[in-house]
Design a protein around this ligand. Structure first.
Ligand code: GDG
Length: 893
């Protein structure tokens, strides 16, 4: 067979498997079922296109595939999370396995003479064959279980229990399998018997676990310190595990489970990168694996075994059900959850296939017969397993709770604005800023409605008669419902109460909050109107409502008055003040009460959460349950958590790697006059909380003490005006512009290079990333900030592991980004010294710091943030949560 033909056959195989996987998706079955069924059905027909050289290549792929499957099994177990329930899970698993193994073995022993599989064997031969078949029949599929939970979006106690049980069960079965294989060798190859078999058993299992743990630890280090080409590295690791396993006679599957366990538990922060790598790497390898297995089968033999396989499947299901009942009696697992666990144990796939092929290759006669029986059995379990498990998850309330459902997002600002051009035509722009972009991505995926104030000059022209327009304009996937807020109400609510009252109240800066009754009235009125709009848009009461920020503190109670059972979460993007400062606000009790009407209330930092809890206790006499992180006002609980926001790391990386980036940087060099060798940057809304005058003062101090920097350093300040009509903002804009003029005048360089390049026009996202990438340092000098996304965006953009982040200790981001140069913006000398250090920092230190920062920013992207909040919200209806918010250690909700 020419190699072009082989490649073509492979291409068609992959295509066919992909189509069959997509077809089965239509029936709510996981893709892997499609691959397996396709492989088993088509495999026998491609047997004749497989040539000898291909066979050895296929063997290598098969080895990689089985180890990958076992590795994924190990990756599903997080010991930290399971710590308290592990003993109970172990008892449950042992009891279930005992019932299944004893039941299956006894039955097989009795009916053996009538089975079309080696019926003539007797005595020890029969005992060993029955034992091996029993172990393989009992084996389960962590891959399928994980695929069903992932593809249904389930998360909760049943999913966690089943995943832990299948991995533990397979670990036990792998050891039993290895042990039984020694007996098989002793019985069928008496010359191999003796003490050497015991040694081999110890080597095969103990050696495998030790080797797997070592490889896993090395890979965890690779993930942490290198983190590139993870898919390739993952497949290479699986290749090593299977190759070394087979040459050194380890049990490669056991080694791979051990490796997976070590990786998952050592490098939690890299979990997303690893999951992506598995998703990318697994499908082609699995398809080839299943087809290779299928191609080794004899179709006629397979067909005659179907009835036996069906009967065996029925018996196995019954035994699993009975086993889990016994398991419940001997463990402390909640019955309401545990009674559905058997549904997650039905699936069989890669591990069973892997074991069967080991037996077949070592004992080609009866071993191949056993393999054929198992291959007939597996598709049955592949089909009914996911169906039953989906039903089990639904009954435990985990599937409905987690499957992506339409969402209702509410914010003051809209994600898309329609603008009327001078020539009368209509165009649109999207909101800049990390949150709008991230929530937009979430809405594109889930669909639903976003309600916001319509502020674009052509917004009214494009909506339908229910004030809605489909967005994103280029690829409509959700509705934007616009709310029309007329003057003077809008200004009183937005500019007045929200931005002259709440904003300075929540930020510890030298600007006095101003509270006026008429603005408070307008704020209440607008919040009522938002609530009315939400009520009109909600088609079902269980659609989650995700409210954004301090503009909407009173929406929840107004909405709840209309719909008592509505589900709402509010994220407060800015700091929450200490109770002493909160006391400035005459309407603090109403605000606290309004926020407590949400089911879930989320803050950026633990400190904000603590401040809120303390105020709720003091002002509202709320009952605070620190253990569950809930407050009770009357009969209603509110869960209060801290979930720091992240950035869209992958998108920023992608832009950073695009072909247009260099051209964009050259354009910036020209437009901002960046001839200087050293470039510093600051990117902010022109807000008095961002500490821009303080950073200019530090720059001044720096250049005064190091005059040789004049002409060698340019600091780019992008300062986009916002809320300019408000008093404090107009003032800060003037102050910044005048300070910059003064700096440039006083530190004029002979070569004409400006010390500060100032731009007030917003940059497009590509330009922004290009700017982040060309800077030697980035300054974030907030006087107080909820988080500060610029700090995280700068880090996300620095794929080159260069650049220094100079970060204010008063920005929320400083709590996570401790490897930045941390400054206090009020300490001008310390600030200037940090800038000097940033400029003089050796490459090695820059790299080490940036790597550490990137690990943190990559580990918590904005989608994780959104799903932590939404999953948290949705879980409140199904059960109390038993896991901490992912990646955020202090908060258990
Ligand atoms: C609040 C909290 C919290 C700025 N200029 C341009 C541009 N931006 C984008 C940045 C960044 C965003 O605006 C500003 O982020 P901040 O974090 O500083 O946001 P605030 O507006 O103060 O917002 C804050 C945040 O909410 C999120 O929870 O971090 O603490 O105060 O994304 O990139 N974007 C583009 N061009 C610009 O010129 N494209």
């Amino acid at each position: 067979m020419p190699s072009a033909g082989a490649a073509l056959a492979l291409g068609f195989t992959l295509l066919g498997a992909w189509i069959s996987a997509e077809l089965l998706r239509k029936f709510n079955l996981p893709r892997i079922t499609g691959y397996l069924i396709f492989g088993v059905l088509v495999g026998p027909y491609v047997g004749n296109v497989i040539t000898a050289p291909m066979t050895s290549q296929l063997q290598a792929v098969t080895g990689i595939a089985t180890t990958l499957i076992a590795l994924v099994a190990g990756l599903t177990i997080n010991l930290e999370r399971l710590r308290s329930t592990l003993a109970s899970i172990a008892r449950f698993t042992s009891a279930t396995l005992a019932v299944v193994i004893i039941g299956t073995a006894s039955l097989l022993w009795i009916v053996w003479p009538w089975l079309p599989v080696s019926p003539n064997s007797t005595g020890a031969e029969r005992a060993v064959t029955v034992t091996l078949l029993t172990i393989m029949v009992a084996s389960v599929s962590p891959t399928m279980t994980a695929a069903v939970t992932t593809e249904t979006g389930s998360r909760g106690r049943l999913s966690e229990l089943v995943l832990a049980v299948v991995v533990l069960a397979d670990l036990v079965l792998l050891v039993l399998f290895s042990c039984s294989m020694q007996f098989a060798r002793a019985v069928f190859r008496p010359d191999a018997a003796g003490p050497s078999l015991l040694v081999r058993f110890a080597w095969e299992t103990g050696g495998a676990i030790a080797f797997g743990a070592l490889v896993g630890a090395l890979f965890a280090l690779y993930l942490r310190y290198v983190g590139r080409e993870v898919t390739l590295a993952l497949l290479a690791m699986c290749g090593i595990l299977s190759q070394v396993g087979s040459t050194q006679q380890f049990e490669p599957l056991l080694a791979a489970v051990a490796a997976g366990l070590v990786i998952e538990n050592l490098s939690v922060a890299q979990g997303d990168a690893l999951r992506t790598a598995v998703q990318r790497g697994a499908p082609p390898v699995l398809v080839i694996f299943f087809v290779a297995i299928g191609s080794s089968l004899r179709l006629d033999a397979l067909l005659t075994l179907w009835p036996v396989a069906l009967a065996l499947a029925g018996i196995r299901t019954g035994l699993l059900r009975a086993g889990t009942r016994v398991g419940l009696n001997v463990s402390a697992i909640d019955r309401g959850i545990g009674e559905h666990a058997w549904t997650g144990l039905i699936s069989q796939a890669g591990i069973t296939v892997g074991l069967a092929s080991v037996v077949a290759s070592e004992f080609p006669g009866w071993g191949t017969e056993l393999q054929t029986l198992l291959i007939a059995l597996i598709p049955i379990h592949e089909l009914i397993g996911p169906m039953l498990f989906r039903r089990g998850l639904a009954r435990a309330g985990e599937r409905e709770a987690q499957s992506p459902r339409p969402l209702l997002v509410v914010s003051n600002r809209e994600p898309y604005l329609h603008i009327r051009r001078e020539d009368g035509s209509v165009t649109w722009t999207s909101a800049t800023g990390g949150v709008a972009v991230a929530l937009d991505a979430l809405m594109r995926e889930r669909g639903g409605t976003w309600i916001a104030h319509g502020g674009g000059s052509a917004d009214r022209l494009v909506v339908d008669d229910t004030d809605k327009v489909l967005v994103p304009p280029e690829h409509p996937s959700y509705s934007l419902r616009r709310l029309w807020l007329e003057e003077p109400t809008f200004s009183a609510y937005y500019g007045g109460f929200a931005n002259e009252g709440l904003w300075p109240l929540c930020h510890v800066v030298d600007v006095r909050p101003r509270f006026r009754t008429e603005e408070w009235t307008a704020y209440k009125d607008v919040n009522e109107r938002f609530a009315t709009a939400i009520d009109e848009e909600l088609d079902a009461s269980d659609t989650p409502v995700f409210l954004q920020d301090y503009h909407l503190a009173l929406v929840a109670p107004a909405l709840r008055a209309r719909r008592a059972n509505v589900r709402t979460a509010l994220f407060w993007h800015i700091p929450w003040p200490h109770p002493d400062r909160l006391r400035i606000c005459p309407w603090r009790a109403e605000l606290l009460d309004g926020l407590a009407a949400n089911d879930l209330l989320a803050f950026q930092l633990e400190r904000d959460r603590q401040n809120f809890l303390q105020a709720a206790e003091e002002e509202l006499r709320a009952e605070v349950d620190l253990e569950t992180s809930r407050i009770w006002i009357g009969e209603r609980p509110t869960t209060v958590v801290s979930v720091p926001i992240g950035v869209d790391y992958d998108r920023i990386q992608e832009i950073g790697g695009s072909d247009t980036l260099i051209a964009e940087q050259q354009r910036l060099h020209r437009s901002l006059d960046l001839r200087a060798k050293l470039v510093g940057i600051g990117v902010d809304r022109l807000d008095y909380t961002k500490g821009i005058p303080e950073r200019l003062a530090a720059l001044d101090r720096l250049v005064t003490s190091r005059p040789e920097l004049c002409g060698r350093l340019t600091f780019v300040q992008i300062g986009v005006p916002s809320r300019s009509h408000l008093h404090g903002y107009a003032e800060i804009e003037l102050e910044i512009a005048s300070r910059i003029r003064d700096l440039n005048r006083r530190h004029r360089a002979a070569n004409g290079v400006p010390l500060v390049a100032y731009q007030t026009a917003p940059l497009g996202i590509t330009s922004l990333v290009a700017l982040y990438r060309l800077a030697h340092f980035c300054i974030v000098s907030s006087l107080h900030d909820g988080m500060n996304l610029v700090a995280k965006e700068f880090v996300a953009a620095r794929d080159d592991e260069d650049g220094v982040l100079v970060l204010s200790e008063l920005a929320g981001a400083a709590q996570e980004l401790q490897e930045a140069l941390i400054i206090n913006p009020y300490d001008v000398d310390g600030f200037a010294a940090a800038l000097m250090r940033a400029i003089d920092m050796p490459r090695e230190e820059r790299r080490a710091r940036m790597r550490a920062l990137r690990r943190i920013v990559a580990g918590r992207n904005v989608f994780g943030w959104a799903s932590d909040i939404l999953e948290g919200l949705e879980s409140l209806w199904t059960r109390p949560l038993h896991y901490g918010v992912r990646g955020w250690e202090d908060t258990a909700i």
